[in-house]
Design a protein around this ligand. Sequence first.
Ligand SMILES: *[C@@H]1O[C@H](CO)[C@@H](O)[C@H](O)[C@H]1NC(C)=O
Length: 150
Amino acid sequence: MQFTTALYAVLAALPIVSANGCYGSGDTFAEYGTSDELATAREEACAALVSTIPKHTELMLNLGEPRFNQQSRKLQAGEYPAGQTKNYCASNGQASINFSATSNSGSTTLTLTADDCVSAMIIEMEACSHGSVQSHGSFTYKDDPNAGSC
Ligand SMILES: *[C@@H]1O[C@H](CO)[C@@H](O)[C@H](O)[C@H]1NC(C)=O
């Protein structure tokens, strides 16, 4: 019986744990667009947040000093050096959403997948009408709807 009670307590706590960090005011996702438009924004954002380093940085790696090339290796898709944040801003007319992902690791490089990013953003965007900042696994996600384009 005690196990059952404990299990119910855990299940009841789950939605609160997975979706806290909601902003209490400000612009809303509804002001950005339809649920299809929100899904498109989320998918664009997660594709960008797991993309490799920007092209100008790759150029530096290719043309840079040999010393730099020897000490560094090119980051693979989705890799976040310790503590790194990546941002993406999606626009829909006169509304936008700022997305970001931050590695919670202070020491190791972590890999973010688009699937994990989309799953986390769905939980947050469905639970928090004004956006949120919340950790899921080893990453902290931000999703912040704003008036005005990017
Ligand atoms: C949202 O992102 C845009 C473009 O990167 C940036 O200029 C703006 O300051 C950000 N807004 C907020 C509220 O973070």
